[in-house]
Design a protein around this ligand. Sequence first.
Ligand code: CA
Length: 229
Amino acid sequence: MSKVLIVEDEEAIAEIERDYLELSGFDVTIKTDGDSGLESALKEDYDIIILDIMLPGTDGYEICKQVRNIKNIPIIMVSAKKEDIDKIRGLGTGADDYMTKPFSPSELVARVKAHLARYERLITDNKPENDIVEIRGIKIDKTARRVFVEGDEKSFTTKEFDLLAFLVDHPNHVYTKEELFREIWDMDSVGDIATVTVHIKKIREKIETDSAKPKYIETIWGVGYRFKG
Ligand code: CA
């Protein structure tokens, strides 16, 4: 059963919303002030929040912002004032929808259902799948930051991995050592472009069968390096 939080200080409105949602099979909690609404929204596991803007205590904008910082659940904001709706748009609070009071409770139920369905799809589509590149015998798992050569895992330092992943992400693009240094190392980090050469050498030792004839990272003399796509 999907859990709905209603944060609304006008109890009569909150109760109508609750009744309609309960009739549609939702499990509804009502909070009638901003502070307890915010606390509940952050602590409890709701599937969707219906959030009034003008509330005693913390207002709806602030609640929306704070919830959005840690949760992706749908948030429908409601207000009696048209100007509030414009403000929601302008502020980029992260609300998914907004409704102007008075609205029909069945319209609210329809939107709640639509947002929950959309959110379900979003979660299903975003099932964590590792970002993996496989090319001519090497496999680079960018999510897990692991590298396999012909099935054998090779150990990479952070910068070696960053450098390899960067080159792999831009196949056939020639980068100068300066560009690579800027890209991978912070501007204030100790080192210079010779660091790039050293790291390329180490990466080659791990992924190339013959470092003198690299299959993956080519040296473009006088320019820099490129990953053969
Ligand atoms: Ca209100």
